[in-house]
Design a protein around this ligand. Structure first.
Ligand SMILES: [Zn+2]
Length: 623
């Protein structure tokens, strides 16, 4: 670096600093994101035209990503994120003049910085690329891994930083763009995205998807398979494989009502339609809030609509997350804590206070479990965690979801529901389609709610909740009468009452889950057999229930249910279930051997998000 450039740089940095300090935090357009190489303050993407072929034989997506860009500073380079992508050629403008590109910095989980040479006048860049075997967002399923068993399936999971493994992009949650996509797939399959979609197959296999609202890259999503559509309301419907479509339409019949309830709480739904696609069971999460089209695991179809609060959750993300978006993954609690809170408010309106409180108590139990697991790593327990240099996947779900929920519930209890709801309404409106940082949120709370009320501020203990470790002492106390009834019966059983004599006839599935979760860690073979023969836990069709029971099966070496355990692990790839079951198995030598045997067969059917987690438990040395 020459001295002249140094002097100019110092001057520029000083000028930037001055201009930054003059801006209030409400006016900042882009925040620094340690998980993206992009520099949106210099040159930023505003619209994507995606034109790709989905090739199931080569297991490859190939084509062109064209971006409309805003070259804000007249820069001669625009920086994008890529990971494991083959970049063939880059051109500029609608007339596609050739340009050069290079790769900059790289890291294992961030991938490689793609630097494209542009001019101050460049308004479009066109990137010709293909995915490789390292596209961690993609899962290519063989026909045997689908419900129908005859056609292959592809789905993506881009959150948090996997969009860059299937599309070159500025992969930061604080950068938004609209998009249009042309997807070519085999003609007997249908392609749908987080966008306006076709509802029937056509003979060409070419589908156009349009997303007119600006979204961040982690909400880019694609699914291709033998899927059908059924409407369930005037703005809502379900996509699923033909053999599951009727079941899905029945299970999600309340979707329209949920939308109306959510709108009544926090303002209009701004995304047009809200559809749900039920994916094959290897989907690594419960649901993913891809806008206009929630991606959902089939494990929420319990057959009795008892697990539909997951849909309330994904729908709530249409406000918290998709509309007001965490600016970086360090702020992820703003997406998930808000969504847990909003989800339970929808539950309360639709299914009553008792239902919502049962959900909240189960969530509190999840949080206690997680706190016990990470007791030696208290640095993971603040809501806000500085993630520079770390993979955002390391965040503790229990903390950002359930501690986040408790924090917002505590706010509601101290501020009063009416005032709190008015605040949330204004918050979603004011920051619609904008990035939110923890600091911006705190600033807004101080401005709108706390003002100069130092007593209120002391009562809320916001700093302790957000930046402090553990759970502050003003945590709300949540109780459930329905669960207390269960506790009485559980106590009776433990003192010798036979299982068949327990008063459990009208229990809801939440109560059963509470019962099973709270069984003692150590039980005799006779006790396990009695429970299983009386209540048929091993055969439960409710995945939450089956999971809770299988933890006892492992802890108590209850071999009659090992077949069910193996079946569960072979057929379900949802990380929330799979990870703790393998972790428990790995505690004993015989368990570890069984885990490794099952895993060697199950691993090929898991999504990378799941197998990379389980690899750390079972194959720590990479063997
Ligand atoms: Zn969520």
């Amino acid at each position: 670096m020459s001295t002249l450039i140094k002097i100019v740089s110092v001057f520029l940095i000083a000028a930037m600093f001055l201009s930054c300090t003059r801006k209030s935090i409400d006016e900042v357009e882009y925040f620094k994101d340690p998980h993206s190489y992009s520099r949106p303050d210099e040159a930023v993407v505003t619209h994507l035209n995606l034109d790709v072929i989905v090739d199931f034989t080569a297991k490859q997506i190939t084509g062109k990503a064209s971006y409309q860009i805003n070259n804000k500073t007249g820069s001669d380079v625009i920086r994008l994120d890529t990971r494991g992508l083959a970049i063939h050629k880059v051109t500029l403008g609608k007339d596609e003049t050739n340009t050069s590109f290079t790769f900059g910095d790289s890291s294992a989980y961030l991938g490689r910085e793609l630097k494209i040479t542009i001019t101050p006048k460049t308004d479009w860049i066109n990137i010709y690329y293909s995915t490789t075997n390292n596209a961690d967002a993609l899962q290519w399923l063989e026909p045997s891994q689908t419900a129908g068993k005859t056609k292959p399936f592809l789905f993506t999971q881009s959150q948090p930083i996997l969009a860059r493994t299937w599309i070159p992009c500025q992969d930061s949650p604080g950068i938004r763009m609209t998009y249009h996509a042309k997807i070519q797939c085999p003609p007997d399959l249908l392609a749908v995205m987080s966008a306006e979609n076709a509802t029937v197959k056509n003979s060409t296999g070419i589908y156009e998807c349009d997303m007119p609202q600006p979204v961040p890259s982690y909400l880019l999503a694609l699914a291709v398979g033998d899927i059908e559509f059924r409407p369930v309301g005037k703005r809502s419907g379900v996509y699923a494989e033909p053999s599951m479509i009727e079941k899905a339409a029945w299970e999600f019949a309340d979707t329209e009502k949920m939308m109306e309830t959510a709108e009544k709480l926090y303002g209009p739904y701004r995304w047009g339609r809200y559809d749900i696609i039920v994916l094959p069971p290897s989907f690594p999460f419960g649901g993913m809030e891809n806008p206009r089209l929630t991606f959902a695991t089939p494990t929420i179809m319990a057959g009795d609509r008892s697990l539909v609060s997951l849909i309330a959750h994904e729908l709530a993300h249409s406000w918290s997350g998709n509309l007001v978006t965490n600016a970086t993954w360090s702020d992820a609690w703003l997406n998930e804590g808000f969504t847990m809170y909003f989800e339970r408010r929808i539950d309360e309106e639709l299914y009553g206070k008792e239902f919502a409180e049962m959900e909240a108590v189960l969530g509190f139990q999840d949080l206690q479990d997680e706190l016990a697991q990470i007791k030696d790593r208290p640095e993971l327990t603040p809501l806000y965690i500085e993630l520079s240099g770390r993979n955002p996947d390391e965040l503790s779900a229990g903390i950002i979801y359930e501690k986040g929920y408790l924090f917002l519930r505590m706010m509601e209890e101290n501020i009063g529901r009416e005032k709190w709801d008015a605040f949330l309404n204004k918050y979603f409106n004011t920051f619609a389609f904008k990035p939110m940082t923890t600091e911006r949120f705190v600033n807004y709370v101080n401005k709108e709610l706390v003002s100069n009320d130092s007593n209120l501020s002391k009562k809320l203990k916001g700093d302790q909740w957000i930046y402090g470790r553990g759970i502050p002492d003003n945590c709300p106390v949540i109780t459930s009468d329905a669960f207390q009834k269960v506790d009485v019966q559980l106590k009776a059983w433990l003192s010798g009452t036979a299982a068949v004599q327990l008063e459990s006839k009208n229990w809801l599935s939440h109560q059963w889950i509470h019962f099973v979760r709270n069984l003692p860690e150590k039980m005799s073979r006779t006790q396990m057999t009695e429970l299983d023969q009386t209540f048929g836990f091993s055969k439960s069709g409710n995945a939450e229930m089956a999971f809770a029971w299988l933890t006892h099966v492992i802890d108590n070496d209850y071999s009659p249910a090992y077949g069910q355990l193996e079946n569960f692990l072979m057929n379900i790839g949802r990380r929330k279930f799979v990870e703790p079951l393998y972790t428990r198995l790995a505690k004993t030598q015989t368990g570890l051997e069984m885990a490794k045997r099952i895993y060697s067969n199950a691993r090929p059917s898991y999504h990378s998000i799941t197998y990379l987690t389980v690899d750390k438990i079972l194959l720590p040395n990479g063997n």
